[in-house]
Design a protein around this ligand. Structure first.
Ligand code: ADP
Ligand code: MG
Length: 213
């Protein structure tokens, strides 16, 4: 088991509990789905795992990734990738420069960097898109580019916050399979939160439901 949440309780400092004693573990190459309605604390839970919980929240419990205590690490040292429903690409950079931003090894030579980005663009069905302005991409193309930017940082785990909810129905299945197969291929644990039951079915992994408390 590689990503482990043990008895995670998240409360607002003024006392209201959002998540109450949640335990789960996510294996390598597995997508674990947490289902819950709007306001049940899904995004807050992912903030806690990624290290981005606001100061007005209180976190109890244990969080480990590959035996490392995440609670001792600031967000930038956790090596966790995030994918949100609003796939935001920097508008002042080209598509390729956006992907370059994600590259883990920025010190390798220019030609090698370019080759790595072109390969990622090809994998995402965006062959030849290096110089494109992100504003000219469709929603699906933007999602795929954002996923590749995240994956180029070689994260040890991935957090997905309703990543498909804003996509048109006709492309949702295609993007979802692309994201999921990229996760299986890299064999990293992924924690997905969603209110869409079809996401959990497609993830083909364990799932639990949380409620508004
Ligand atoms: P979900 O993602 O499941 O819709 P959230 O995690 O965004 O739920 O929010 C859970 C609850 O926490 C909501 O009631 C929301 O209003 C509250 N909340 C979220 N962020 C903050 C914050 N920074 N300060 C106070 N309350 C917050
Ligand atoms: Mg949310």
């Amino acid at each position: 088991m590689s990503l482990i949440l043990e008895e995670i309780t998240i409360s607002l400092k003024r006392g209201k509990k959002l998540i109450d004693g949640l335990s789960l573990s996510v294996a390598h190459g597995e997508i674990f789905t947490v289902m819950g309605p709007s306001g049940s604390g899904k995004s807050t839970l992912l903030d806690a795992v990624g290290g981005n919980l606001g100061k007005n929240f209180d976190l109890k419990g244990e969080l480990t990734l590959n035996e490392q205590d995440l609670l001792l690490l600031p967000p930038e040292k956790r090596n966790i990738g995030l994918l949100y429903q609003d796939a935001i690409l920097f508008p002042h950079l080209s598509v390729g420069e956006n992907l370059a931003f994600g590259l883990k090894d920025k010190k390798q030579g220019r030609a090698k960097r370019r080759a790595e980005i072109d390969k990622a663009l090809r994998q995402a069905g965006l062959d030849g898109f290096y110089d494109r302005d992100p504003a000219t991409l469709s929603g699906g193309q933007r999602s795929r580019a954002a996923l590749m930017r995240t994956l180029l940082s070689e994260p040890a785990a991935l957090l997905l916050d309703e990543p498909f909810s804003k996509l048109d129905l006709d492309m949702r299945d295609e993007i979802r399979s692309f994201v999921f197969s990229s996760i299986y291929e890299r064999n990293i644990p992924a924690l997905m939160v969603t209110h869409d039951p079809s996401d959990a079915v497609a993830a083909n992994g364990p799932s639990i439901s949380i409620q508004v408390i």
